[in-house]
Design a protein around this ligand. Sequence first.
Ligand SMILES: C=C1C[C@]23C[C@@]1(O)CC[C@H]2[C@@]12CCC[C@@](C)(C(=O)O1)[C@H]2[C@@H]3C(=O)O
Ligand code: AKG
Ligand code: FE2
Length: 341
Amino acid sequence: MATPSDQAYKHIIPLDFNSVKSVPDSFVWLESDVIPSSDGLSIPVINLMDPNAPKLITQACETWGIFHLKGHGIPTELMEDVESEARKLFDLPIDQKLKAIRSPDGQSGYGTAPIQALFSTFMWHEGFCILGSAIDQAKLLWLHDYQGFCDIIDDYQKQMKALAEKLMRILFKALNIPVEEVNWFDDPTNSSGCSLALQLNSYPPCPDPTRALGLAPHTDTSLVTLLQAKTSGLQVFKDGVGWSAVQPLPDPDALTVNLGDFTRILSNGRFISVLHRVVVKPIQRYSVAYFFRPPMDFAVSPLLSKNLSPVQVPRFRSVTVKEYSDLKAKHLDKAFSLIEN
Ligand SMILES: C=C1C[C@]23C[C@@]1(O)CC[C@H]2[C@@]12CCC[C@@](C)(C(=O)O1)[C@H]2[C@@H]3C(=O)O
Ligand SMILES: O=C(O)CCC(=O)C(=O)O
Ligand SMILES: [Fe+2]
């Protein structure tokens, strides 16, 4: 079994950001990796209570792959509680956080972002990934005082799952896919095995934000990702525009919704899986990302194959969530070309 002193952990253990006064050479990116090519873009703002929301969401998914969402029903207090738990966790001394280090072949726990393994330059970021229950990892961090953290995370995951399903129902309807063709909706116990993940992200204050990068460009390996962040840092790539900053809304309850690769496949390329990256600032930034994915053995294919009309040509081959996630972990943005027909 690997131990954290092994070479295998080199790309998993984050820097002790408190201990550095400048950006180490191994963390220096090109200016073009950081600076946006255009002024901030105004992505659509949609209120889920608006009777027109399904139409507006469908349009936003076709043109942007990302939008701000209000009126979604997740209590503001719960969103604030999750952020304050994330702050508490990342504020722990590095030695304590390392007790819950993610293993080289695992996903849950403390560490760099899994995509770090595909880059030789380090990212200015530390993360904590929760798959299902947080209890095992939380016990490693807090020995006794872990229940409060777990209760908040559980509640948040339940409510986020219900919201993600609500959004996916809208997209299934827009695609004319009968929702009965999947058995993993409306399953509060998640016994059908949706591979849900909650990622707490921390971007520590950076002494030279034009040379460091928080998260390298990527699309999400999800159907849909629900993101909460109070401060700016997220940038999206739009064809014909380039990289632009996404300004968070001032509303404390606003979420940012972005589509992931599985919705692009499912929609046969109609909906955009948005390419995004995160830049850092002289101030601390936190974000919380909830990834909603089908069960690992579920085969994702354009319109689930049987709903393709005789004139529609499938742009992608059918791929299980597990197979695609493995391709992504090895090839990142090239994964798409490997499943394109
Ligand atoms: C569900 C998942 C998406 C993710 C890989 C993971 O299995 C768990 C962590 C997720 C995350 C969060 C930070 C950015 C990202 C690209 C990464 O390295 O780990 C995403 C992954 C993804 O969307 O592919
Ligand atoms: O921190 C952010 O704004 C985005 C995080 C992100 O892209 C992710 O967790 O996949
Ligand atoms: Fe992302």
